[in-house]
Write a protein that binds this ligand. Structure first.
Ligand SMILES: NC(=O)c1ccc[n+]([C@@H]2O[C@H](COP(=O)([O-])OP(=O)(O)OC[C@H]3O[C@@H](n4cnc5c(N)ncnc54)[C@H](OP(=O)(O)O)[C@@H]3O)[C@@H](O)[C@H]2O)c1
Length: 310
């Protein structure tokens, strides 16, 4: 029996990876929804049924979700989009009899956080509560730690390509849980194909300390990176709050420090009880595997290249 998967925000990086992973399944049909279908690469648009509309166009959303077995939200944007835009999709799923909704998560374990702690994750907490209260639509939450592609990017502030330095807070022995965009998409495609999958699903490609990541870097690229400490985890907490207090509008000056803090302080770890084993057809990609797949001179740009080869 075939399965129809609806992807909202199909122009995005993760969405393109997901569509590509789903196309490997023989019995899956894909419907895509976005503001501008001309942005969808031809390699996908020829194989996907596309419809156009904005995040709050109720009737366009209803016709997009109609006939889907599962709808996956791949939006990334402001809080209104992430909360009200997702609620619009969930309401449409309830009205059209779509039994499962995959929330736009792919994240550390935000279910352990209180509202306001890691502020970019607040919308996910609201959407999970909204899904938990549904009786017709089952919520699916795919947790993966962070994307390795983001970790090495210049905005994250951990890997400095120009000086081949890893800059870290803490002792350097804190665990970083992560997978890649592509690997997370492969696991999400497996979840879409599995009609019995709902609730929280945890998938990890690799767990490693920054010291171990640096060792893998040397092994893969033959260059020993420098390791530079910024200070303690408590110092990171102080620094991120100071930056926010002094210039709250300048969100990008402190947002990634908040992510770093909640990634390494142990609060949001997925832990070792994970769901990788349910889908043995997907091979987890660990930190070293990821570095092996990306030339050194492209590592810092890996995030910007996600989905471009699809
Ligand atoms: N754990 C991690 O490290 C990590 C890192 C990055 C992302 N993520 C997660 O991955 C998911 C997807 O992220 P991504 O990197 O693929 O995002 P992305 O490439 O920026 O794509 C975002 C999508 O949202 C759509 N969108 C943005 N604003 C919109 C609006 N106002 N109305 C309608 N659509 C709108 C975009 O459409 P247009 O093309 O029309 O703009 C695009 O389709 C999110 O859940 C995000 O939280 C996790």
């Amino acid at each position: 029996m075939s399965i129809t998967v609806g992807i909202a925000g199909i122009t995005g990086k993760f969405a393109r990876e997901l569509a590509s992973a789903l196309l490997k399944y023989p019995d899956i049909n894909i419907k895509g929804y976005c503001r501008d279908p001309s942005k969808v690469p031809e390699s996908l648009s020829s194989k996907v049924s596309l419809s156009k509309g904005d995040a709050f166009d109720t009737s366009a959303i209803r016709s997009f979700v109609a006939g889907c077995d599962v709808v996956v939200c791949c939006y990334l944007g402001d809080d209104k989009l992430m909360v009200d835009g997702q609620k619009a999709l969930i309401d449409a799923c309830a009205a059209e009899g779509v039994p499962r909704y995959v929330a736009s998560d792919w994240s550390l374990d935000y279910t352990k956080l209180k509202l306001g702690e890691l502020f970019p994750k607040d919308p996910m907490i609201h959407v999970k509560a909204y899904l938990d209260a549904q009786d017709k639509v089952k919520g699916v939450h795919v947790l993966v730690g962070m994307f390795m592609d983001v970790f090495f990017g210049p905005m994250f502030g951990t890997y400095d390509a120009s000086s081949t330095t890893f800059k870290y807070w803490g002792t350097g022995n804190e665990i970083w849980e992560a997978t890649t965009y592509r690997n997370a998409a492969e696991y999400t495609a497996a979840v879409c194909a599995d009609k019995s999958a709902y609730g929280i699903k945890k998938f990890i490609g690799g767990r490693a300390t920054i010291r171990e990541i640096a060792e893998s870097f040397e092994k893969v690229y033959g260059v020993k990176p420098k390791l530079e400490s910024h200070g303690s985890v408590d110092g990171l907490f102080k620094k991120m709050h100071e930056l926010r207090k002094n210039d709250p509008q300048n969100v990008f000056s402190y947002m990634f420090l908040f992510y770093q803090y909640y990634m390494i302080n142990g609060r949001t770890y997925l832990g070792t009880e994970i769901d990788n084993g349910q889908y043995p057809q997907v091979k987890p990609v660990n930190w070293e595997d990821f570095m092996k797949s990306v030339p050194k001179d492209q590592l810092a740009n890996a995030f910007f290249n996600v989905g471009n080869d699809i």
